[in-house]
Design a protein around this ligand. Structure first.
Ligand SMILES: *Cc1c(COP(=O)(O)O)cnc(C)c1O
Length: 361
């Protein structure tokens, strides 16, 4: 039995007829960028999250960039975030000339430690970007309270948590802006690059739409400097099919996460911790062990694929040498980077496959 790390093929086969038809319809329409499929997607995403505005765009990275641009982040501004995330989270900050300021993570959820944020706030701090890692939302309530106190904006990087809930509300609808990614392997993925941003603020929504269309509301009139951040109609059409089944998939993800937890209990791994007031969509089923190398070797030699998200925290990346951080600055993130690994996970993994994964330990 071969176990894919993320079974995108099983998902495609399950919805194939509808997806093929949706793609063909776009080809027949000759409307290849934005258009009615993308509009329909935005309506569906807004309904799903409860957010007033959902704005589809070209990727999760661009969603973050557009949110920061809409908030008028300037060179020299400081943006507080976690060092234990994908580079996109801070890349966009740096591209605008702003400065990522890191805060260590919690050892059990791997999300930013909200109790350590306040000590990093300076007169230059403009925003906080909590990342909802592995499918679980960060401490948004505490973060929003801090942000309100210092008049900061909060942008949730929900690239891995779309569909997760926090105190009964959906990820991406928990702060000034929520951003997500439709990269194929994310909880809601398309067949290329795609993303979306969410806000309840009419003015920010309108500004975001303008930025993603080259800073323009009326063709060839450019009010601000923008980007090409549009979503393709084919991706919109694919997402419209997948969104119909997404709630069902999220339910399956939770069941599979619970089954893994039961199968793996007592096998010497640290298992995912999901806080009381939230749910995880298990974008990754991530465990940790001090004997990671040995365990990965065992999984690999038995044909079970694994992955490491992320082997090197951002404050130690070469591209951030100039920020002046060093090893030891964020010990919890550094330790996590040495110990975490993720097991095969998708709504289409079977219980037999999960048993096989756990039998290797
Ligand atoms: C995937 C990811 C992104 C970027 O999304 P893209 O659509 O690939 O640009 C940003 N942040 C996190 C935490 C991610 O996992």
């Amino acid at each position: 039995m071969k176990i894919p790390f993320i079974d995108l093929q099983a998902q495609y086969q399950a919805y194939k007829q509808e997806i093929d038809k949706a793609i063909q319809n776009v080809l027949d329409s000759s409307q290849y960028i934005m258009g009615p499929e993308v509009k329909k997607l935005e309506d569906g995403l807004a309904r799903y999250t409860g957010s007033k505005h959902a704005i589809a765009c070209s990727s999760g990275t661009d969603a973050l960039l557009i949110a920061l641009m809409a908030m008028d982040i300037q060179p020299g501004d400081e943006v507080i975030t976690t060092p234990f995330t994908f580079i996109s989270t801070t890349e966009v900050v740096s591209l605008l000339g702003a400065i990522p300021v890191f805060v260590d993570i919690e050892p059990d959820t791997f999300n930013i430690d909200s109790s350590k944020i306040e000590e990093k706030i300076t007169a230059k701090t403009k925003a906080i970007i909590p990342v909802s890692l592995y499918g679980q939302v960060a401490d948004m309530y505490e973060i929003n309270v801090i942000a309100a106190k210092y008049n900061l904006i909060v942008i949730e990087d929900g690239a891995q948590s779309f569909g997760a809930t926090y105190k009964g509300k959906k990820s991406c609808n928990l702060s000034d802006f929520g951003c997500t990614s439709f990269f194929p392997s994310k909880p809601l993925g398309c067949y290329g690059d795609g993303g979306a941003l969410f806000t309840n603020n009419d003015a920010l929504a309108e500004k975001s739409r303008m930025i993603l269309a080259h800073g323009s509301r009326v063709r060839y009139q450019h009010e601000v400097v923008g980007i090409n951040g549009r979503l393709d109609a084919i991706q919109g059409a694919i997402l419209n099919v997948k969104l119909k089944y997404f709630a069902e998939e999220v339910q399956k993800r939770e069941e599979i996460g619970t089954a893994y937890t039961e199968l793996l209990r007592g096998k010497g791994l640290s298992l995912p911790v999901v806080k009381q007031d939230r749910t995880s969509v298990y974008a990754q089923f991530t465990v940790r062990s001090e004997k990671r190398e040995e365990l990965l070797e065992r999984f690999n030699s038995n044909g079970v694929p694994t992955a490491i998200y992320y082997p090197k925290p951002l404050h130690l990346q070469q591209c951030y040498e100039s920020l002046g951080y060093k090893t030891g600055d964020f010990p919890i993130a550094e330790k996590a980077a040495k110990e975490v690994f993720s097991l095969p996970m998708s709504p289409f993994i079977t219980f037999e496959q999960q048993k096989l994964v756990s039998s290797i330990l």
